[in-house]
Structure formats: C-alpha cells, structure tokens
Design a protein around this ligand. Structure first.
Ligand code: TXA
Ligand code: MG
Length: 333
C-alpha cells in the first residue's frame, strides 16, 4: 500500500494514538518496537498481551536525550555519560538502577532499568513530542523472528495495532545490552546481548576514565531473557551447521542422533540455504527479512552454513541470533 503521509503526519498520528492509550509499531534503527508510554500501565500490559510475552521479560525504555535518560535512574555514573555521548543516538542499551517512577511492569520487578536512545528520526520526534520515554520490546510474537520492516509488524499483528512506517531498519538486529556498575576505581561491564556495537569499542570509549574495566558474564538466573536459548525462531525449522560438517550432513546428523540416542526420520526435500552477504553490516540488515521470506515459502528446512569468514564481534552477534533461532544446531565448538 502506498502511503502518502508526511513524517509530521506520522508523528502526529503516533502521538495521538499513544496519548489515547494505544500501543504502536515504532520504527527504530535496529528493529521495529511495540511501544507504549512508560506512565500508561494499561498500555504496558497490552504490550505483553499482544506479544504473548511473559511478564518476567523486562522492557527497554527509549529516551530522546541523555537528560531524559538521567531522570529515569538513581545514579548516572560517568561511564554512562561517556557511553551515551559516544554511542547515542544508536544501538546501545545501558542497564542502570531505576528511579521509583519506573513501573515493575517495565522491569519485571528488577531494581534496574534498560535505557536506549534510538537513532531514527521518527522515533526521536515521537518521544520528544510525547514528552516522556516509551517502553518497547521488539514487535514480534514472543520467541519469534524480529521485524526489520513495517510490513513484518503488520504480518505479525494484523489490524491489532497501527504501525508507523519508517522504512527498513538500518542496523537490522537488536541493540547491544550492557549493565554498568561503576566504583571509585573499577567499572564492571556485563554483556547481556551482543549487537552492532562490540565490547571492544565500548571498552575503548571507557578508557578515558582511567579505571580498571572488568568484563562479566550475566548470571545463570534469567536476569536477561535475551539469554533464552530459543528466540528469533522462524516458522520453518532452521539448521545451523558449520561448513566443516555441511559436506557430511548425513554423518553429522547420525553422530548427533546417536549421541542423543534418538531416531530421527529426516526427509527434507526442499532445502532453503540462507544466503547472507559477507559484510556483517549488510548481513544484519538482511537477516530477519530473509528468515521471514524463507519461512513463508514451502520449504521443509532452512539451512544456515557457518563459514570461516564469519568472524569478529558483529558476526558473533548475528551468529548468536541464528543459533537461538535454530531448531537443530550442528556447530563445531
Ligand atoms: O534494539 C532493541 O533493543 C529493540 C528496539 C525496539 O529498541 N528492542 C528490543 O527489545 O530488542 P526486546 O524486549 O526484544 O529485548 C530487550 C531485552 C530483553 O531480553 C530483556 O530481558 C532485556 O532487554 N532487559 C530489559 N530490561 C532489563 C534489565 N533491567 N536487566 C536485564 N535485561 C533487561
Ligand atoms: Mg525481542
């Protein structure tokens, strides 16, 4: 459908809908979000209901400025200031201790809140006009493939919500999420989700503070359900396989099934090889569209072959999504 709405009209419509207690499909540079005002508890509940998301999975709070971010947290450490100055607006989410007004619905009862300033002019204008942050998870059903175009959100939710079309997302995968804990001589940095901005870049930016930087792994508890094993899943089974095993697929499957002591009746005739560009920036941009279009065709199985050149932090972030999206994983570790 051809839409003749101008950006101002889109912003006005979004603001009216949000003020009227609705949830909207919001474009960001990473993926589309399902957004509601942080003060509107009924609309926040609708997000969980529409997405079929469990309440234990907290939402990201989207701000339009560093100043607004500061007002959502108890302390705004120097390290947060530097990361925000360096990477915002952009695909980095920072977890800090929350202010009282941030609802438990947003944080799933945690004392911390995840903050991000998106780099999409429509998202920024909408948040500015509303005058308060917007809570938004990715606009897909829980556990399913994320949306990187407005049409994906429409396909996912139909008439249930209005979607503000901001074009295809520039980054294409979700933001990097880090938790920051800063002491007098030490900054503890926990990576909850990898993304386009890598830990190397983040650590480099923090060096100016001349403090020790300690990298931590998230605890075993479900502190960040982005850690959930199955996530981003397409509607058709996805096989994640290392190229070293691909030429011996039959052997690899046999080895795995023998190990697990199961018998599989695999009779996949129509395979779809997921073909991604070499450059991670481009691959991320196309990832969810390709997963969605492949799973809308009559294939039995989608196959992603991990190749040797899939290296570096950005590729790791893409591989992380693909591993979680896969039904069968024959990766060489
Ligand atoms: O790029 C993005 O981050 C997109 C766009 C829309 O901004 N949003 C997104 O939201 O990916 P969602 O809900 O799909 O993923 C957010 C992740 C969840 O895995 C959630 O558990 C984690 O952020 N999260 C949110 N608040 C947290 C907190 N206080 N502590 C730990 N993890 C948190
Ligand atoms: Mg998500």
């Amino acid at each position: 459908m051809l839409t003749l709405e101008t950006d101002d009209e889109k912003v006005n419509r979004a603001v009216l809908l949000l003020k009227g207690g609705n949830v909207i499909g919001l474009p960001t540079e990473t993926v589309y979000g399902l957004a509601a005002k942080i003060s509107d508890l009924d609309a926040l509940k609708k997000i969980f209901q529409i997405k079929k998301r469990p309440f234990f999975d907290p939402l990201i709070v989207h701000v339009s400025s560093i100043n607004q971010a500061r007002n959502q947290v108890r302390e705004w450490p120097k390290s947060a200031e530097i990361l925000a100055e360096t990477f915002w607006p952009g695909p980095l989410t920072i977890i800090l201790n929350k202010q009282k007004h941030i609802s438990d619905l947003i944080t799933s009862g945690l004392e911390t809140v995840a903050l991000r300033c998106p780099k999409h002019s429509l998202a920024l204008k909408i948040i500015q006009e509303i005058g308060e942050p917007l809570a938004a998870p990715s606009a897909n059903k829980f556990g399913k493939t994320s949306p990187s175009e407005a049409i994906h959100v429409i396909q996912e939710f139909g008439e249930e919500i209005a979607v503000i079309d901001g074009g295809p997302c520039d980054i294409g995968i979700e933001s990097t999420i880090v938790k920051l804990e800063e002491g007098p001589n030490l900054i503890e940095l926990t990576l909850f989700r990898s993304g386009a901005i890598g830990l190397e870049e983040i650590s480099r930016a923090l060096k100016v503070l001349k403090k020790e930087i300690r990298l931590l792994r998230p605890g075993d508890g479900i502190e960040s359900p982005g850690q959930i094993k199955h996530h981003y899943m397409p509607n058709i089974p996805l096989l994640f396989i290392d190229e070293k095993k691909w030429s011996h697929l039959g052997d690899a499957i046999e080895e795995k099934t023998m190990k697990l002591n199961i018998k599989l009746n695999l009779n996949f005739k129509n395979l779809c090889i997921l073909d991604l560009p070499q450059k991670p920036e481009q691959a991320a941009r196309e990832l969810y569209s390709k997963l969605r279009s492949s799973s809308s065709q009559p294939f039995d199985l989608i196959v992603f072959i991990k190749e040797d050149h899939h290296k570096g932090e950005f590729w790791q972030a893409i591989l992380d999504r693909l591993e979680r999206a896969s039904t069968f994983n024959l990766n060489v570790k």
